[in-house]
Design a protein around this ligand. Structure first.
Ligand code: NDP
Length: 433
C-alpha cells in the first residue's frame, strides 16, 4: 500500500487474492519463506511513456501510455491494451495483477501484463485513432516480441485499433511477426473465434456452473451489462443456449427488451455504426431505454456484468438477490465490488470470478499464437470446441481446488488459489531473479 499510494483498484485486486490465501500459506510455508507474495505484487517492469499525436484540426495532443509487464514466469507477458479516459497507472496495475492468475488458470504458457492509455477513441475520428495508435506503437514496439510481450485488445481497443497497431509494428521492424499481437484480422494472422471468445467462454462457464448445481440456462432470464465485445458475444451465446437476455447497456444507460435482445440489431448499432445503446430502443418496438436508475433493477435469474470494474455494488447485489438471482458470472474484470461478492455468497448465489469466467479471451489469444507459430489456421468449430474444453477445465480446476482447501463450491477461493499456486511454484523454481 505504501509503495503504490492512491491505486484503489490495485489494492482491491491484491486484497481479494490475499484474502483467499490463508489455507494455502498454512499448507505451503515455502511460499512465505521465499517471499512469493511480495515478489508477485511487484511488476517485473513498468513502462510509462508520452504519446504525441496531431488531431484533425492540426493541434498537437499528448496522452500517457502504459505497459505493466507483471510476470513472465509462465510464458511471455500477455494481456490487453485499454484506451479509456479513466486509465491511470493503478488501472493497468490492477488489470495486470489479475491477468497473472487468469493466464495461469488457462493452463497455457503465458505470463501476465496489461497496458493502455488515457486516450478516448469515442471522441476521435478514424484518422485520429490511426495516428494515435501509430504514435503509441512507435514507443511500445521496442518492448514487444512474440517471445517477450504480446498485447491484445480490451476496452476501447478492438480489431480496428489492433490493425493500426500491427501495421505500425510491421513498418518499424520490417517483420510480419504475427505472434506479436492477438486479436488480428482473419486474413493477416487472426484466429477464428477470438472475437467471440471472451463472451462465449463466459457463458460456457455459466452453463457448466449451473449444470454442476443441477440447473440449466434454458428458459432463464439474463442481464448482460455493457454492449461491447464481451457483452455482445455473451448475449449471443446465452440466447443460443435457450436463455432470454432482457437487458444490456453502455455508459449512457440501459435498454430492456422483454422479447430478448436482437443481436443482429445490436451488432449493427455497436460494431458497424459505433452508435449509442438508446438507438437500439429507437429501432425496436419491444425495447425501452433508461438513462436513470440501474440495469441491476431488472429482475433476472442470471447476471453477467460485462462492462467495467466495480459496476455492480452492494446495493445492486441486494436488489438482484431480492429479485431471485441464482448465479452471477463476471465477464468484465472485477465488475463486482467486494461487498457485492460477499452479499451474493452469503445469500447462496453462485459467483464466477472474472479471472476464471472471462479467461476464454486470453486462452483463445494463446490459440492464435499457436496458429501463428505453426503458420496454420484452424476452422471455427474446432477452435470453439477447444475454447469450450478450456472453460470446462478452468471450471473444474476451480471446483477441485476449492474442495481441496476446505471451501467446497466457492469459485472465488478456487480460482485465486489454483492461479496463485501455479505461479508461486514457478517463481520458487526459478530462484531469486
Ligand atoms: P469494449 O470497449 O468493447 O466495451 C466496453 C463496454 O462497457 C461498452 O459498452 C462501454 O460503454 C461499457 N463501459 C466501459 N466503461 C464503462 C463505464 N465506466 N461505465 C459504464 N459502462 C462502461 O470492451 P470489452 O467488451 O472488450 O471489455 C469489457 C470488459 O471485459 C472489461 O472489464 C475488460 O477488461 C474485460 N475483458 C475483456 C476481454 C476481451 O477479450 N475484450 C477479455 C477479458 C476481460 P461505452 O461505449 O458507452 O463506453
Amino acid at each position: 500500500l505504501r509503495r503504490n499510494p492512491g491505486e484503489a483498484e490495485f489494492h482491491q485486486a491484491v486484497r481479494e487474492i490475499f484474502d483467499s490465501l490463508g489455507p494455502v500459506l498454512d499448507k505451503n510455508p515455502q511460499y512465505v519463506e521465499a517471499a512469493v507474495l511480495s515478489r508477485i505484487c511487484e511488476p517485473e517492469r513498468q513502462i510509462i511513456f508520452r504519446v504525441p499525436w496531431v488531431d484533425d484540426e492540426g493541434r498537437v495532443r499528448i496522452n500517457r501510455g502504459f505497459r505493466v509487464e507483471y510476470s513472465s514466469v509462465l510464458g511471455p507477458y500477455k494481456g490487453g491494451l485499454r484506451f479509456h479516459p479513466s486509465v491511470y497507472l493503478g488501472t493497468i496495475r490492477f488489470l495486470g495483477f489479475e491477468q497473472i492468475f487468469k493466464n495461469a488458470l488457462t493452463g497455457m504458457p503465458i505470463g501476465g501484463a496489461k497496458g493502455g492509455s488515457d486516450f478516448d477513441p469515442h471522441d476521435a475520428s478514424e484518422g485520429e485513432v490511426m495516428r494515435f495508435c501509430q504514435s503509441f506503437m512507435t514507443e511500445l514496439y521496442r518492448h514487444l516480441g512474440e517471445h517477450t510481450d504480446v498485447p491484445a485488445g480490451d476496452i476501447g481497443v478492438g480489431s480496428r485499433e489492433i490493425g493500426f497497431l500491427f501495421g505500425q509494428y510491421k513498418r518499424i521492424t520490417n517483420r510480419h511477426e504475427s505472434g506479436v499481437l492477438t486479436g488480428k484480422g482473419l486474413t493477416w494472422g487472426g484466429s477464428l473465434v477470438r472475437t467471440e471468445a471472451t463472451g462465449y467462454g463466459t457463458i460456457f462457464f455459466v452453463q457448466r456452473m449451473l449444470a454442476t448445481n443441477g440447473k440449466s440456462l434454458d428458459g432463464l432470464r439474463v442481464t448482460v451489462s455493457g454492449s461491447g465485445n464481451v457483452a455482445i458475444y455473451a448475449i449471443e451465446k446465452a440466447q443460443d443456449l435457450g436463455a432470454t437476455v432482457v437487458a444490456c447497456s453502455d455508459s449512457s444507460g440501459y435498454v430492456v427488451d422483454e422479447k430478448g435482445i436482437d443481436v443482429a440489431l445490436l451488432k449493427q448499432i455497436k460494431e458497424v455504426e459505433r452508435g449509442r445503446i438508446s438507438e437500439y430502443a429507437d429501432r425496436r418496438d419491444s425495447a425501452t431505454f433508461h438513462s436513470d436508475g440501474s440495469i441491476w433493477e431488472v429482475p433476472v435469474d442470471v447476471a453477467v456484468p460485462c462492462a467495467t470494474q466495480n459496476e455492480l455494488n452492494g446495493q445492486a447485489a441486494a436488489t438482484l438477490i431480492r429479485n431471485g438471482v441464482v448465479a452471477v458470472a463476471e465477464g468484465a474484470n472485477m465488475p463486482c465490488t467486494p461487498e457485492a461478492v460477499h452479499s451474493f455468497q452469503h445469500a447462496g448465489v453462485i459467483v464466477a470470478p472474472g479471472k476464471a469466467s472471462n479467461a476464454g479471451g486470453v486462452a483463445t489469444s494463446a490459440l492464435e499464437m499457436q496458429q501463428n507459430a505453426a503458420r496454420d489456421s484452424w476452422d471455427f468449430d474446432a477452435t470453439e470446441a477447444r475454447l469450450q474444453q478450456i472453460m470446462a477445465d478452468i471450471h473444474d480446476r476451480c471446483i477441485e481446488t476449492a474442495e481441496e482447501y476446505g471451501h467446497p463450491g466457492d469459485y472465488v477461493m478456487g480460482a485465486n488459489i489454483a492461479g496463485f499456486t501455479k505461479v508461486a511454484d514457478a517463481v520458487i523454481a526459478m530462484g531469486v531473479v
